[in-house]
Design a binder for this molecule. Structure first.
Ligand code: G6P
Length: 481
């Protein structure tokens, strides 16, 4: 067994600065927590990779690498930072990745900015990743490329090394062909060809995989047989692998004294009140405005809950130098101010709003303290917050209200599933959640917990890597014939 090389736009840590002091914080997003948990697991040790490496863009200048490298000592994987020109990175990250692919793939076509220089930067940065890896690559390496920022990389890697083993996973939805076809001809075919440089392509849901296969057929004329494609005389497989969480970590989080203390503080602070909780990156896909409208409507429709419920809304800063994100932040904060101004009493404020990264212990305490988790994205590839809430702390009561437009809704059927834009439905679901008998809460939770503990993130990674090896075996068999 050779080495495992993970490639993602972000490294698994980000740098926080206070004066001259640099501290490392785990980057946000499901991908990072998934792979980190896998790296720390027995399963990854048993698999026998000789080394684990992680290649991603550095969010610090090259001259700070020595300081950062010192802080990374003792980790069980090696970090390979890629240093990029700031302007180029901006056009690739803020531009093509987050002002074109992100809105299009999340069904917000009106926010898409079609700019040729964004596309050029995307190609160049994908090329820079390939160039960085080229001299480092060994014949028995397994390379796993992640997410929409790097869709062209698999093909580039294969051109450099035709026998490479490479998997690609898309962490966001793959949109229906009707959306994808809106891209200019060269862009859409390069993105698909880029991905098809892999041996195995993974998606969160059956629908995303089907959408991809349909686009491949309509745009490149490549047919699929079930999940298999024959592309440039090579077998390429596209399948579903719904990402999960580190179930054990969340399930046992409440045993930790620090989490217990946070939990006690929260409960004391809101004594006698029900807690509704949300945590999301700041993103227009998360449906925060609709959620606030629904909460306001709930307080109007069910005035008996006034002074008896608080909504703790934690927004995690994200992509704040992109206009569409910044605008949204202002609108949300205005809306919160309006609701609190209108409905608060001298002793009660309906919404507690924070705009911050939450440390793990505090997050786990909030999950445990929350009577209801209100998770209503307008679109979401998966949504791991929903899974984390369900898994948090073993003796579980609480109710999950979840958008039917999140990938997670396919697996968490015992949640109260809602259409996030229907404020009447969401408001009724909040009331139903707050009045649900405890036995019913426990029953629903137990079923969902079972499912999550059966297929946790370690299984997710192992499953993907197993199938990747299987595809290589299949390819060899085809060559022998
Ligand atoms: C989503 C994406 C990830 C991304 C994360 C955080 O989960 O699928 O690729 O890393 O959001 O976004 P950011 O732009 O801050 O990396």
């Amino acid at each position: 067994m050779g080495r495992l090389i993970i490639i993602s736009n972000r490294l698994p840590f980000s740098i926080d600065r206070e004066g001259d002091q640099l501290t490392l914080r785990q980057s946000s997003g499901g991908l990072v927590s998934a792979i980190k948990s896998y790296f720390e697991s027995e399963s990854s040790k048993n698999r026998g990779f000789t080394e684990k490496l992680w290649l991603g863009v550095a969010d610090f200048p090259q001259n700070e690498w020595t300081v950062v490298a010192e802080k990374l000592e003792g980790r069980d994987f090696e970090v390979i930072p890629l240093f990029l020109n700031k302007l180029l990175y901006k056009d690739y990250y803020n531009g093509f990745s987050n002002s074109l692919l992100w809105p299009l793939f999340h069904y917000f076509p009106s926010l898409v900015e079609y700019q040729a220089h964004y596309y050029d930067a995307y190609v160049k940065v994908n090329r820079a990743f390939a160039d960085k890896l080229k001299p480092l690559l060994q014949p028995d390496d397994t390379v796993w490329v992640h997410d929409y920022q790097l869709m062209m990389l698999p093909e580039m890697l294969r051109t450099d090394n035709p026998d490479i083993t490479v998997g690609f996973f898309l962490h966001i939805p793959f949109p229906s062909y009707e959306l994808f076809r809106m891209l200019p001809a060269e862009w859409k075919s390069s993105l698909l060809k880029g991905v098809l440089g892999s041996d195995l392509v993974g998606f969160h849901t059956h629908d995303y995989a089907q959408h991809f296969l349909q686009s491949v057929k309509m745009i490149l004329g490549v047919d699929s047989n079930f999940h298999n494609m024959q592309y440039q005389d090579r077998l390429v497989k596209a399948d579903l692998f719904p990402i999960s969480i580190d179930y054990k970590k969340f399930n046992t989080a409440c045993d930790d004294p620090e989490t217990k203390q946070h939990y006690k503080d929260i409960r004391n602070n809101f004594e006698g009140k029900k807690i509704i909780f949300s945590v999301d990156r700041l993103d227009y896909t998360k449906g925060l405005m609709d959620r606030l409208n629904a909460f306001e409507y709930f307080l109007e429709q069910y005035p008996e809950w006034r002074e008896k419920v608080v909504f703790i809304l934690n927004i995690v800063p994200s992509r704040d130098d992109i206009q569409a994100y910044n605008d949204r932040k202002q609108q949300i904060e205005q809306k919160i101010g309006t609701i609190n101004g209108k409905i608060s009493t001298i002793t009660w404020q309906p919404i507690i709003y924070r705009y911050t990264h939450l440390p793990f212990n505090e997050l786990a305490a909030l999950y445990k303290a929350a009577d209801v988790a209100l998770i209503t994205p307008l679109r979401d590839g998966m949504n791991l917050v929903a899974k984390e809430y369900v898994a948090s702390c073993s003796a579980r009561i609480g109710v999950l209200i979840l958008s039917e437009l999140a990938g997670a809704a396919n697996e968490l059927n015992e949640a109260l599933l809602v259409n996030p834009t229907d404020i009447v439905e969401v408001s009724n679901a909040i009331n139903k959640a707050l009045t649900m008998p405890q036995e019913e809460q426990q029953h629903r939770m137990a079923l969902m917990q079972q499912r999550l503990s059966d297929y946790d993130v370690i299984k997710w990674v192992s499953d993907f890597l197993d199938q990747l090896s299987n595809v290589k075996v299949e390819q060899e068999k085809q060559q022998v014939k």
